[in-house]
Every structure is written in C-alpha cells, then in structure tokens.
Design a protein around this ligand. Structure first.
Ligand code: TMP
Length: 235
C-alpha cells in the first residue's frame, strides 16, 4: 500500500489510514458486515470492493451536481483517498418509502410511499445504540447548532433529489439511505460511503431487496445482490 501511513481508526466496515497529506486519509473497505449494533456479525465476500466502487460513482455524480463530498480518488479495489474530515456524530436518514425501523416504530405499512421524503437524525453513539433524536436533543448535547441541522437536512434532500432518479433509471427503488457529514476547512461536506450497506434498494421489477437487509434478515443471495447493484451502478 504505497504512500499509505499508519491506521488511524478501525470501524465496523472500514479502516482509516493516514495519507501522504495531513488533510487527507485513505478509507479501506472491509468485507466485514454487522447488524443490530454489531450483535450480528458476518462476512459478505467482496462487499468492500462493491461499496468502494459504488461510493466512487455516487460521490462523483453528486459532485457533478454541486454537492461537496470528501471523495478525491479511488486508489484500488478497496481503497479510496478522501479529504480528512471531522465527522459530525449524526446519522442522517432519508426515507422515500416506509421500511425498516420507521415501519416498526410507527406501525406504518412497509412499501407505502413517503411524499415528500422525510429526514431523520440519529445520534451516532454505539454505546447508546444510535438513538433517534430531534433537533432539540442534538442542540442540548452540543452536537450541532440549529444552523448546522438546517444545512444537514437541506443537503440530505439535495442528495435524495440526485440519487432517487439515478437508481430509478437503473430499475432500483431508493427506499431509504443513511448519510454522514463531516467538517473540512470549516465547510460541511458529505463523507463516509453510499453503498448497499447504507441504502435500501428494491428491484423495481421484482420488489426484492438488493442491499444489506439480505444479511440483516438472512435472506440469502447476499453476494449476488451486491454484485448486481455494482453492475447496475457502474456497469
Ligand atoms: P432503519 O430503517 O433501520 O432505521 O435504516 C434506515 C436506513 O439507514 C437504511 O437504508 C439502512 C441505513 N442504516 C445504516 O446505514 N446504518 C445503520 O446502522 C442503520 C441502523 C441503518
């Protein structure tokens, strides 16, 4: 791994390494998969390669549409050079269709359209299990100011406006997804990854899940689904 320095951080699905410049890092995408706050663990073969390439394609698309991201360059199958950001500890979830925790929490019908899309904030904290929070909670904890929360919500909607039709053109329904943002030179930019780990994607022809739900719910054909997403997004 030429030009790559020591490991700075290891997360559940990625490792972060120092890069040649102090304001850049290398994201290494692992095949490790976890669910339910890491209670369930496993491997999805070549997931790291898929998530790296899918994220590259989507970050480039978003940059073309004026959304600032941390993406700089894909270095290899599993490595991506990015700007080094300070992550805002908020998971920003956008929902176009009822599924997952929303269906469970509110008893809504899975598959019902959500129009216009909604945005939710989760406090990124493993010890607490990433609780759903509102603006007041985040302000109380000094995690984000009202102005930053307004910007996060606005950026999340903009990302959705770009990604929803992109996936639809490839016969995938973008049900929901999770974004993370970071601060880079005093600017809020999109960070982390956008992949079948962080999106719900339903095949428009069959309604079948093509994302990490196949792992979460032991639905089988997990690797096949990830490869199919790669093919449709990058092929
Ligand atoms: P949820 O319905 O379980 O709240 O998930 C909403 C979206 O966020 C879904 O597309 C999966 C994604 N997600 C993550 O990326 N990481 C997580 O830890 C969780 C719980 C969800």
């Amino acid at each position: 791994m030429d030009g790559i320095g020591p490991m700075l951080y290891e997360g559940k699905a990625k490792k972060i390494f120092a890069a040649g410049r102090s304001d850049q890092v290398v994201q290494y995408f692992k095949d490790d998969a976890t669910a339910f706050n890491a209670e369930k663990r496993g491997t999805i073969v070549n997931k790291g390669v898929v998530n790296n390439k899918v994220s590259e394609r989507l970050f480039k698309l978003l940059e073309e549409r004026g959304v600032l991201t941390h993406f700089l360059e894909r270095l290899s199958d599993r490595e991506m050079l990015t700007k080094k950001v300070t992550i805002v500890p908020v998971e920003v979830v956008v929902r176009n269709v009822v599924a997952g925790s929303l269906a469970k929490r509110l008893g809504l019908q899975v598959g019902d359209a959500i129009e216009p899309a909604i945005v939710e904030f989760y406090y990124k904290n493993d010890a607490l299990g990433d609780p759903l929070v509102n603006d007041d909670h985040l302000r109380l904890m000094n995690v984000a100011t009202p102005a930053v929360l307004r910007e996060l919500r606005e950026l999340a909607h903009r990302v959705n406006t770009v990604l929803k039709p992109f996936f639809a053109e490839r016969k995938m329904q973008l049900v929901d997804f999770k974004l993370e943002f970071g601060v880079y030179h005093n600017k809020l930019i999109l960070a982390d990854e956008i992949s079948p780990d962080t999106c719900r994607l339903w095949d428009m022809a069959t309604g079948e899940s093509m994302d990490k739900d196949r792992f979460r719910k032991d639905m089988g054909k997990i690797e096949e689904a990830y490869q199919e997403v790669l093919k449709r997004v990058c092929g």
